[in-house]
Design a protein around this ligand. Sequence first.
Ligand SMILES: NC(=O)c1ccc[n+]([C@@H]2O[C@H](COP(=O)([O-])OP(=O)(O)OC[C@H]3O[C@@H](n4cnc5c(N)ncnc54)[C@H](OP(=O)(O)O)[C@@H]3O)[C@@H](O)[C@H]2O)c1
Length: 252
Amino acid sequence: MESIFNLQGKVGIVTGATRGIGWSIAQALASKGMNLILNSISNQELLNERINELKENFKIEADGFLFDVSEPNSVKECYNQIFKKYKRLDVLVNNAGIMKDALIPMISSEMIDRILDVNVKGVIYNLQYASRLMGRNKSGSIINVASIIGRVGNEGQVVYSASKSAVIGLTYSAAKELASQNIRVNAIAPGFIETDMIKDVPPDKFNKISENIKMKRLGTPDDIAKSVLYLASDLSNYVTGQVLGVDGGMLV
Ligand SMILES: NC(=O)c1ccc[n+]([C@@H]2O[C@H](COP(=O)([O-])OP(=O)(O)OC[C@H]3O[C@@H](n4cnc5c(N)ncnc54)[C@H](OP(=O)(O)O)[C@@H]3O)[C@@H](O)[C@H]2O)c1
C-alpha cells in the first residue's frame, strides 16, 4: 500500500496554493514526493516563501506562477513552462476559487462575471491545458474543488452555488470524455472549512451552519488535503466521475 501512495517523481499543479485549503493540499502532495507547481494571484513574496518551504521540507522540485486562473493566456503560458521543464503532468488540483455573498436583489452583473470567471472558466482552462499534457502519457488525475453549496445551495449564495454546481457538472462531463485516455476527473465538495474564506461569515449565519455539522467541528484544510491525496494517488485508480463530500456529515 505504501508504494501506491508514493508520488515520487510525479508532477502536479495546485491552483490557489498559497493559503487555506490549497496550501494544505500542496504540503500533502509534497510530503509524498510529488514535484509541484504552485499558483496564486496576488502575493509573489508569499508564493516564493511557500516554494522555498516545500523544497526545504520535502526535497522536491517546486515552482510558482502568479496569475489569474480566469486569464486563458496566462494559464496557457504556465502549462507551456510545465511542458518545457517536465514534459509531463500527473495531477491537477483545481482549487483556486472565490466566494462572495449577496441576496438576490443585490446581485450585480460584475459579481456574477467575476465569480463565474474564476470558479468556472478558470477550472475549465486549467482542465483543458492539463488534460492535453496528461494525454501524452495516457495517465492523470484531475481534482476539482467544488463545495457542498454546489449540491444543496444556501441563502445569499445564488451565484457562488451556481459556480460550484457548474464545477460538479463539468467534472461529470470531463470524466466521461477523458476516461479513454486514462485521465480520471473527480470533485471534492468541502463543507465548512476553517480558512480566510469563511472569516467574514456573520456570527448568526456561522452558528446556523455549524449546528448542521454532525461531527460537531469545523473542517480543517488538512481534512480536504487527505482526500486529495487519495484521489491523486493510485489508491483511487478506478475512481472517476465522483463527487466526494468532505463535510463532517452535513448532508446526512
Ligand atoms: N473554506 C471553505 O469553507 C470552503 C468550503 C467549500 C469549498 N471551498 C473551496 O475551496 C477552495 C479553496 O478555498 P479556501 O477556503 O482555501 O480559500 P482562501 O483561503 O480564500 O484561499 C484562496 C486561494 O486561491 C487563490 N486565488 C483566488 N483567486 C484566484 C485567481 N483568480 N487565480 C489564482 N488564484 C486565486 C488565492 O491567492 P492569493 O493568496 O494570491 O489571494 C489563495 O491562494 C475554493 O475553490 C473554495 O470555493 C472552500
